[in-house]
Design a protein around this ligand. Structure first.
Ligand SMILES: [Mg+2]
Length: 99
């Protein structure tokens, strides 16, 4: 985790927030290309690269958010559990519809 904190300290919060937006947009474009072109190898390689970029930026975003909200980790965990339970219900309903 240290490298993410260091990146935010050295490169700055504003820069890294903007970079996060850019990388998420690149991931979105990579996904659209991957789906539109039937998962060609070049598109797949690009998708892998953009997923890695996005994960690195999200980790820095978490460092930034944790600076101003010490309960950030608990809030995210709580929200993830809530959303996973909702997803679980959607899956169960979908499976019940298939029967
Ligand atoms: Mg990128």
């Amino acid at each position: 985790m240290a490298i993410y904190q260091k990146a935010v300290e050295v490169l700055g919060i504003e820069n890294q927030l903007l970079k996060t937006v850019e990388e998420l947009a690149e991931l979105q474009r990579a996904m659209v290309r991957f789906m539109a072109n039937g998962g060609l190898e070049d598109e797949y390689d690009n998708l892998i690269e953009e997923i890695a970029d996005a994960k690195i930026m999200i980790r820095q975003l978490e460092v930034i958010l944790h600076k101003s909200d010490k309960d950030y980790n608990e809030k995210i965990e709580e929200k993830e559990i809530e959303k996973l339970l909702r997803l679980e219900n959607i899956i169960l309903m979908e499976e019940a519809n298939d029967i």
